[in-house]
Design a protein around this ligand. Sequence first.
Ligand code: E4P
Length: 220
Amino acid sequence: MIFFIDSANLDEIRTANDLGIIGGVTTNPTLISKELISGRNAILDHYQKICNIVPGDVSAEVISTKFKDIITEGHQLSEVNKKIVVKVPIIEDGLKAIDYFSKNNIKTNCTLVFSASQALLAAKSGATYVSPFMGRIDDWDKKTASSIQILADIKKIFKNYQYKTKILAASIRNQEHIIDCAKIGADVVTASFKLLSSLIKHPLTESGLKKFIQDYKRVN
Ligand code: E4P
C-alpha cells in the first residue's frame, strides 16, 4: 500500500518525504487556502514546488464545474509538471472531463466519492485514481454507511472487471482507517502529516527505549 500525504504545506511534505514512506501528495482547495497562497500563478508555482519534493503523483484539484472550463484548467495544471494528477469532482461534467483526460493521457483523481456506484462510474471513465472519502462517509451516516464496507465493495467491483483505476482512500481520520484500508488492499491511503507521524509512535516503544538507554548509561 502506498502512502500519500494529504497536505499543501511544504515543510510537512518535505519532512514526510524525508521519512521515506510517502509516494506522493494529495491537495484540495481547502488545503491550498490554508497556505494563504493567492493568485493563479502563485498556486501553480506552489504545485511545482511540491512536485520538486516528492517522487510520485501530486493531485491538484480543479475549481471549475463546467466541462470546457475543467478541460482548460486541467491542461493548465497538468502542464506544471509530469507528476500532476488532475483532481476532478464526480459530477456529470467532471465524468466527461475524466473521460477526455484519460483519452489524452492526462492522469486524473476522481474526488468527492461517497459510494461504490460513483467509484464504478469513475473507473468506467478511465480515472487513474478514485478517492472515496472515508472520514466524511462515517461522519455523515454511521448507521447505514460504513466507509470500509464501501471501500471493500469498490475493491471487489474493480477486481471483477479488472479496472485499472487505483483506490485512493481519502479523508482518513484515524489509524483504524489506515489498517482497515491495508487489510482490504486499498492501493493508496492519503493522510495528514499528524496522522502519518502518529503511526510511528507507541507508548511501549517510548518506555522501552528510555529503559534501554538508562541501563546502558548505568555501566558506561
Ligand atoms: C484528499 O484527496 C481529500 O481531499 C481529503 O482527504 C479530504 O479530507 P477531509 O475530509 O479531512 O477534508
